[in-house]
Ligand binder design. Sequence first.
Ligand code: ZN
Length: 590
Amino acid sequence: MDNLDLDYKLRRFSAVKQKYMIDTIMNKNINGKPVRIVSLAGTETVTKNMTLYECDDTIIALDCGVDFPDDDQLGVNLVIPDFTYLRENSHKFKAVFITHGHEDHIGAVPFLLEEFDVPIYGTKLVQGFLYEKFEDRQFKDRKANYKPVVFEPGMDPVEIGPFKVSCFGVNHSVPAATGVVIDTPQGRILHMADFKIDATPILDKPIDLGEIEAISKDGVLCLLSDCLGITTPGSSKSESTLNDTFGMLFEKYTGRQIIVTTLSTSISRMHQIFEAAQKVGRQVVISGMSMHKNSSVARRLGYLNFDDNLFIKEDNAADLPQDQLIYLVAGCYGQHGSGLDRISRNEHRNIFLREDSVVIFSGDPSPPGVDVDVERVQANLTILGANVIFGEIQDNLHVSGHGTHDDLMKIAKIVNPKYYIPIGGTVVKMRVYSNALQEELNVPKANIFEQLEGQTTVFENGRARRGDKIEVKQIYIGNNSTDEINPLVLRDRDAMCSDGVFVVVVPISKNGKQLYPDKVEIVTRGFIYVKESKQFMNKSKKFIVKALNKYKSGDKNWKDIRRKLERDIEKYIRKESRSYPMVIVHSLNV
Ligand SMILES: [Zn+2]
């Protein structure tokens, strides 16, 4: 057999193999067991991402992130996905795959592992961030449950029940972000959470569109795609467009104290800041727990190759000439209690603004819902004398990690799946993405499944349909513990916060039969200033005494009296003062 002949046979074998693969996808898969995709959380908000893939007796989860509370969710630290469905199907739940190291994709893992014994698959950087979480005092008790499995692009697929899972590299605002390929009995599914197309990223390789094309060439059943950047026209700006900004600003503000704030997961931004500091001969002060942890994980893994001498401890920084330092501080979203928030209120332990300080914001200028906090911190910094540099007055301080319109359409075109599920955006962005697919790529509307939290899509016999909705609720985690807060508690906090509380203490005999209306006491907080409202208080007391006298001789029990009295007082206060304080009637045994 000569070489030509061998070459021909190999090519023929390859063609036969390819035809066999296509047959496999077209026929065998159609008869496979149904596959269900559950949006457990993270489709309506940008955060709290968690998607389940379910087939036969196996469930795998992609991502397990947190959301941050709104201002009116008092005393709430985090919002996490509702694990009830997993609890009810815990025998099926086999593994979690993490796409990248942002909090809204990994933050709820410690809460999940409190009750489930499943391995966590993710890149080394993801595992580094997670490992640091379990070192925290609040999660240390769960460390034994954390079973990390390194899962990187280029590794062999992992087989879990009927699923075969592998991943490929994508670009995002944190290094080592991945797209996930899930081969199911119904066909191949691509799960592309947060991603962008960046030809010149700082610490990663550029996303390999040829690889995605190869992954997709035998047909993709469904693409789950990031849609957050769909309203930004054109192609993504590269992270490297910021390369010169920090150096230029550090030069411009020679002789002044400089503070830079960015997200603690923005490792490539840190790289740019450290490099610029090195160039102008300033040392870097890393401030804040998350900044410290994430930068040390990244340094350990070789993402930030800088000499130890570049860094100086925060405790030693205040006494040094401030124009020799660059402070890197957390809190670019104006988060309450963050390092920058404390600096802006002059309450930081070690960092104090000088008359001519410069504070550089290198973060997303308008992530959903944080603009008010950012403005408040920027205003406080300005009042204290700082010169605040942010996106509106300085170009190239931030680029988004999310693919813009052209990026998203390009990926949709390359993958060319039968079905689409937009993820990681708001409901509005999902609709804009869906319209773009229909108008620009002629995707039939019936092939796009916008999923609200709890909604599901079922793939069966090669076709997709809407599945049963799963009941999910918001799970609130309190400020000072890792426990859940009941939504009723939040409702009460909200009522107390907006109109205060009005407490009536009614003396009652030990046997519960005798009330003493004349000895009723009223206590209020956050409702009216009592000293200035004597007339109202006297009138209220008269009203309560009169109401109690009605019940005094009746045969009703105290519980009924209390409920009715609370309602009557609420009505009375509403009429008299147009306020809605929380009314509590309490008995006191005498
Ligand atoms: Zn992300």
